[in-house]
Design a binder for this molecule. Structure first.
Ligand code: CP
Length: 301
């Protein structure tokens, strides 16, 4: 990963993913690194987990954080371009840029114009590759090997950016994916080429309206209200699915990238199948390991 950008989950080879997971395991057990570099977090969209997990992950690997979480307090309000803003942070010492943006393609664009690596922390409805890393890491933590697992990805598959990245990352294993959503929110309604790519990658999947009880992992997502072009359409689908614990197998787990709205009731949080808070915590270790790899850390340093 040294000096490489991460724009899409498709940028990662299986060996690289496993290396990130191995280092994340060690960091989770208490290993600390002293890399001594600087990471800029440029968040043009709201975030709790991604921003703060990158921020606290940097501390685990001995890196300094600069940047912002509130673009309205920066000169982007005065019309400064994305490239100029990012270049300033490189000038102030950033060795790595982490960006979240409401425009699809913003991280790719920056990766093409900057001479430091760029990590995509979520771009519009397109991708969220570091979320997928922590999702798969959590599945691996629970099941060990992923081959043979049945994964249901349920919710807003049209405007969500986590389902696409998760499906791409899962394509490195022999998993079966059920995409569960009302027709209006299914993967074929996306404006990217997710379905075409999954076919090319040979991913085995089905599109369903209802959850099948034969499942190992259920990944639930919220309806992305802020990305609907038409509020009336959002109102039509906002209550179209809910987690029904009674149809979930006893040995399954439920994940959610969070934040949730009302698709998983808080009463389910104490259920042993509820793994979403553990999943969110894992983001810190996985992002620390990813940044360490990009910043060129290797054993023996
Ligand atoms: N999962 C996720 O991206 O959460 P935040 O929007 O809080 O970063």
């Amino acid at each position: 990963m040294k000096n490489r950008s991460l724009v899409s989950a498709l940028d990662l080879k299986k060996r690289e993913i496993l290396d990130i997971f191995d280092l994340a395991d060690e960091i989770k057990k208490g290993r600390r690194l002293e890399i001594g570099r600087t990471v800029a977090l440029l968040f043009f969209e709201p975030s709790t987990r991604t921003y703060y997990s990158f921020n606290t992950a940097a501390a685990l690997i001995g890196c300094r954080v600069i940047g912002f979480q509130n673009p309205s307090r920066t000169s982007t309000k005065k019309g400064e371009s994305l490239q100029d803003t990012a270049r300033m942070f490189v000038g102030y010492g950033a060795d790595l840029i982490v960006i979240r943006h409401s425009r699809a393609g913003a991280p790719l664009y920056l990766s093409q114009v900057l001479d430091v690596p760029v990590v995509n922390a979520g771009d519009d409805s397109r991708e969220h590759p570091t979320q997928a890393l922590l999702d798969v890491y959590t599945i691996r933590e629970r099941f060990g090997d992923l081959d043979g697992l049945k994964v249901g990805i349920m919710g807003d598959l049209r405007y969500g950016r986590t389902p696409s990245s998760l499906a791409y990352l899962l394509s490195n294993w022999k998993v079966h994916i059920d995409f569960i959503a009302p027709d209006l929110l299914q993967i074929d309604k996306r404006n990217d080429s997710l379905e075409e790519r999954l076919k090319r990658l040979g991913v085995k999947y089905r599109k369903r309206e209802e959850l099948d009880a034969d499942i190992d992992v259920l990944y639930v997502t919220r309806v992305q209200r802020e990305r609907f072009p038409d509020e009336a359409e959002y109102e039509r689908v906002r209550n179209s699915y809910r987690l029904d614990p009674s149809v979930l197998p006893r040995d399954s787990i439920v994940l959610h990238p969070l934040p949730r709205v009302d698709e998983i009731p808080p009463s389910f949080d104490s259920d042993p199948r509820a793994w979403y808070f553990r999943q969110a915590e894992n983001g810190r270790y996985v992002r620390a390991a990813l940044m360490a790899g990009i910043l060129g850390w290797s054993d023996g340093q």
